[in-house]
Design a protein around this ligand. Structure first.
Ligand code: ATP
Length: 513
């Protein structure tokens, strides 16, 4: 595959062509940054959610789940700081009239510098061959070090300016870096302004009695306001966690990059309530746990990295992102935040209710500190989907498109294919489908030559194809074809379920964490 942009275009068109992701209300030309999941997309999304949910709740006896409403009392958002501080810095280009997030413009500029480093590394790797030591090269090559220093300095200055709310300096930085509008190519920028990302709506029938509400911009606050309900009814002892998945809404200024940045999206969040003073160790522990969760899916260690925040949000005393290598470069996939007692303390203040925990060991009450892990389900979907899509050159000079989804997440685990549409083969295949369908999603396909059917299942990401042929009539064996290796294995029909279940079962994958 060619350049990043082509790869990303291919991801988007493949997602549509194979029933994964559609533009919302497409017949009306769509709605910007809003997407629908199709027949395969919903299965992949459900599987990712379940993989997260089970890792968090089932495998942690100190974490329970809840499902809070999207609508919340409006004071929630005053207390959380969102009314006053949930802003993004925006900037307009006067020539193209296009609007951008000022921080994203700078980050994209830095990504270009990082791409230059990658290029130098690739060049050197070619030159030195087997003797190439990447770490050493990065540490010693003058040009690469120069790029690195430049990138770090830019991000540091951006972080500091945002922290101080010095928007004039953010504009100066954009000017100094010579950043041009990707549409008009000009440097004719407006000043940088703040823009609140929450969607407002109303509750109630008449204008006079209506209450101004917000659609929640994060799921976390539903957990904070239920902290005592869960702690008391579940008799939870600190440290303990509450997990939740659900929709969140943000009026994003720049909504491009497909499902990476949506206006309606889903989050998977977990708040872990801890004793004040223990936040550093829990921060490190959750960084490790969450990275292990990602790595268990086998999508390549080199595609992940931690990125410490320069600019800490109003609630945090330490924060980092787990970044993933998307088709457009490394970007945030998940956030890990040490939120101190900011949220519970603030809800105490605004509600006038005590949100404290009585610690029997310490024999005193306190507002717990919170460690949060927060990942976008749709963004994880994009990570999995884009990482899995491959165009493979085959020996016979053809190529195949294959979606190498981790088998545990694949929408359909197996397709059963009768070699021919006669001689009793479809009947046997249907029987096999009826046997397997109680344990997994299976497909049946009898149309076209078997080679084409394999290609279709490759493209949609089905890890196994089971073919029923004439030998099946004689000895009750079938072939299992493996999507990634394309190898075929002949097995007794009654062994099929066991073989496939072992490979796709969530249990087997969760054990790798
Ligand atoms: P970004 O800097 O990309 O805007 P953020 O730092 O505001 O993200 P958080 O508030 O920490 O994000 O949200 C936690 C997670 O929710 C993010 O890591 C991301 O995976 C996901 N997320 C946030 N905003 C969006 C969005 N608009 N569309 C899809 N996923 C999102």
């Amino acid at each position: 595959m060619a350049n990043q942009e082509d790869v990303f275009k291919k991801v988007i068109s493949h997602a549509k062509e194979y029933g994964y992701v559609f533009q919302s209300s497409e017949i009306y030309d769509g709605l910007s940054a809003v997407y629908d999941y199709g027949q395969n997309g919903v299965e992949l999304k459900n599987n990712i959610r379940e993989y997260w949910w089970r890792a968090m709740t089932q495998l942690h006896d100190d974490i329970v789940g809840i499902d809070a409403a999207i609508f919340m009392h409006p004071t929630t958002w005053k207390a959380s700081g969102h009314v006053d501080a949930f802003n993004d810095p925006l900037i307009d280009n006067k020539d193209s009239k296009k609007r951008y997030r000022a921080d994203v413009l700078v980050e994209d500029h830095v990504a270009k510098i990082e791409a230059k480093i990658d290029k130098e590394v690739a060049k050197a790797a070619k030159r030195f061959g087997e003797a190439f030591d990447k770490e050493q090269f990065l540490a010693t090559n003058a040009r690469v070090k120069g790029y690195q220093e430049k990138a770090t300095a830019i991000l540091k200055r951006l972080g500091q300016s945002l922290e101080k709310e010095d928007l004039a300096d953010v504009k100066t930085l954009i000017e100094e870096l010579g950043i041009v509008c990707p549409v008009s190519g000009s440097k004719n920028w407006t000043d940088v302004k703040q823009f609140n990302l929450m969607f407002g709506t109303q509750l109630g029938a008449t204008a006079e009695s209506a209450m101004e509400l917000y659609l929640r911009p994060e799921t976390a606050q539903g957990i904070f306001v239920n902290f005592l309900n869960v702690q008391k009814t579940g008799r939870m002892k600190i440290p303990f966690g509450i997990a939740q998945t659900g929709k969140a809404f943000r009026n994003e200024i720049v909504a491009r990059q497909f499902i990476f940045r949506m206006r309606e999206f889903e989050q998977m969040e977990m708040q872990y309530f801890i004793k004040p003073g223990t936040q550093k160790e829990w921060y490190e522990a959750w960084k490790e746990k969450r990275m292990n969760w990602h790595l268990s899916l086998g999508m390549g260690e080199e595609n992940y990295r931690f990125h410490d925040h320069e600019k800490l949000a109003h609630y945090a005393d330490a924060a980092c992102d787990i970044e993933f290598k998307f088709p457009f470069g490394f970007r945030e996939l998940e956030g890990i935040h040490s939120r101190t007692d900011f949220d519970l303390g603030s809800h105490e203040k605004y509600s006038g209710k005590k949100l404290q925990y009585f610690d029997p060991e310490e024999n005193k009450s306190y507002v717990p500190y919170v460690l949060e892990t927060s990942i976008g389900l749709d963004r994880m979907f994009l990570a999995v989907f884009s990482n899995s899509l491959r165009e493979e050159a085959l020996e016979n000079n053809t190529t195949r498109t294959v979606l190498q989804l981790p088998a545990v997440l694949a929408p359909t685990k197996a397709a059963v294919l009768p070699l021919l549409k006669r001689d009793g083969l479809p009947e046997i295949a249907e029987k096999l489908v009826n046997d397997l369908k109680w344990d997994m999603n299976v497909a049946y396909d009898e149309k076209d030559a078997v080679g084409r059917r394999y290609r279709r299942q490759d493209a949609v990401g089905t890890p196994f194809c089971i073919t029923v042929d004439h030998q099946t009539l004689e000895d009750e064996t079938v072939t299992i074809r493996h999507r990634d290796s394309m190898e075929q294995q002949r097995v007794k029909m009654d062994k099929v379920k066991g073989i496939i279940t072992d490979a796709v079962a969530m249990k087997a994958w969760l054990k790798k964490i």
